[in-house]
Design a protein around this ligand. Structure first.
Ligand code: G6P
Length: 465
């Protein structure tokens, strides 16, 4: 059967939905984890196009299908490709390298070969479904070779690329044995987008010093073309989250959550993928010490952490889970009383309504990554609040810190500093908190996901004659 053609095509490692099979063998589709999907879903709603990606399961050859009002085009991955391209090169080489090497990146030649092979498959699929002169928007670190592979086959297309995670300084990036190929892959795009100016600058500088290309500000000369590299800080469907959080169901659930936790005076909440970039060890260390020393009173204060399972077969993630469970168990064992552990730790993923209820239930949201491209949880929390109460403790090393300047900022490596900021935030007066929250809400509502997509896509659009 001939492929249906589309004028607008998003290419991402994952489809926005994951396939799940229950005990009776029934197949259901659930929203895929992570910020990329949260951000891109509403973009698809306003651009009728196709989304090319993997279903999250091995060896699935599926025909294109429609789900959640989107046209989805599956790309299959074998178990070996999942091991080498996804868990290997994407998540044990690039992910740690791009996040300041907070865990040591591993370099394996066979992982690289799998990365090339899978990128080629995504590029072939995009070339097959993109209409003449279509716009193709490639997403994230798993697919950095796709822009050049696609241009090779389809020079008629407008090709954009957006990196959802940080692009590291050349001093780190140059460790990568395939640094030239990755840059050349990205340079197949007309426009390469980054979360922050720093990432865009790092990329331009790498092209200049490592590839010897001529650059001028945000422009890179590639043979007869000019490639632009700029910052587009990603966001969320702020109004959509606000509407969801404003429903009676969510409001009632938020009250219930607080009651179930013993109606604490102050509820701290963290919600993260269980990832070593998120600073969870440091966060639990800080809360553990605060409860142990009595600076936080377990009778009136509670810390609830949701850690969404992620990349569970990758060794560093298994180790992290063990470490976290040890830290939580130690504090609860030491400080907790019957029916009153000071920390609730949930290793689970929840639907968006439950997340919205958690954002509403929280007094103080704790977002303390060691490194993060943006961190949409911080923005979701702000969008879900009922007015200007509540406070955000935010790491300086999250991309969101560049926009959410009124958050209570921390360096998560500094445990004493983190403890001080947690206490200071709790003790700050209501007027101060409200002033900060008001400014952050303005920022998030005025710079929502449509604003982001419109800016990127209008910069990508060909110049009118
Ligand atoms: C981050 C990445 C995304 C990724 C998501 C979930 O947000 O930028 O590309 O999809 O994490 O990770 P996973 O490995 O489960 O796709």
């Amino acid at each position: 059967m001939a492929d249906q053609k589309y004028d607008f095509v998003v290419v991402a490692n994952r489809l926005p939905v994951d396939r799940h099979r229950d005990a009776d063998g029934n197949v259901t589709w659930r929203t895929s984890p992570g910020g990329l999907v949260t951000a891109m879903e509403p973009v698809m709603a306003s651009h009728d196009g196709a989304w090319i990606g993997w279903t999250g399961a091995p060896d699935e050859e599926l025909e294109p299908f429609d789900e959640a009002h989107m046209h989805l085009v599956p790309v299959p991955l074998s178990q070996q490709e999942i091991n080498e391209y996804y868990e290997g090169f994407s998540n044990s080489t690039l992910w740690p390298l791009y996040h300041d090497a907070v865990e040591a990146p591993e370099f394996h030649r066979e992982w690289w070969d799998a990365y090339v092979q899978v990128n080629q498959r995504f590029a072939d699929r995009a070339a097959a479904v993109a209409d003449k002169h279509a716009t193709v928007w490639v997403q994230d670190y798993q697919l950095q070779l796709v822009p050049a592979m696609l241009r090779e086959q389809r020079p008629d297309l407008r090709i954009g690329f957006f990196l959802h995670i940080p692009f590291p300084p050349v001093e780190l990036f140059q460790q990568l044995p395939w640094r030239r190929q990755i840059c050349e892959g990205l340079l197949g795009a007309d426009l390469v987008g980054f979360q922050l100016n720093g990432g865009a600058r790092n990329f331009v500088r790498t092209c200049r010093v490592r590839l010897g290309l001529k650059t001028h500000r945000d422009q890179i000369n590639v043979e007869d073309r000019i490639v632009e590299a700029r910052a587009y800080p990603i966001s969320i469907d702020a109004q959509g989250f606000a509407d969801l959080a404003g429903t009676e169901e969510v409001a009632a659930r938020a009250i219930e959550i607080r009651e179930d936790l013993g109606s604490p005076e102050t509820l701290f909440v963290g919600i993260d993928r269980l990832d070593y970039t998120k600073g969870l060890r440091q966060r639990f260390q800080a809360f553990g010490e605060l409860f142990s020393s009595g600076q936080l009173d377990p009778d009136s204060t509670h810390f609830l952490q949701v850690a969404t399972p992620s990349r569970e077969r990758v060794e560093q993630y298994m180790r992290l889970r063990d470490d976290i469970e040890l830290l939580v168990g130690r504090t609860n064992g030491h400080i907790g009383r019957i029916g009153m552990p000071p920390i609730s730790y949930l290793h689970a993923s929840y639907p968006r309504t439950e997340m919205a209820a958690l954002y509403r239930a929280a007094d103080i949201m704790v977002v303390t990554p060691l490194r993060d491209g943006m961190n949409l949880v911080a923005k979701e929390f702000i969008a879900c609040r009922d007015g200007n109460n509540g406070a955000l403790v935010l790491s300086e090393f999250a991309g969101a810190a560049a926009e959410l300047k009124q958050a209570y900022m921390v360096n998560p490596h500094d445990i004493n500093g983190l403890k001080n900021v947690i206490l200071r935030t709790m003790d700050d007066d209501a007027a101060n908190r409200a002033r900060r929250m008001k400014a952050m809400r303005k920022q998030v509502f005025e710079h929502d996901i449509n604003h982001w997509a419109d800016r990127f896509l209008s910069d990508l659009a060909p110049e009118e004659d």
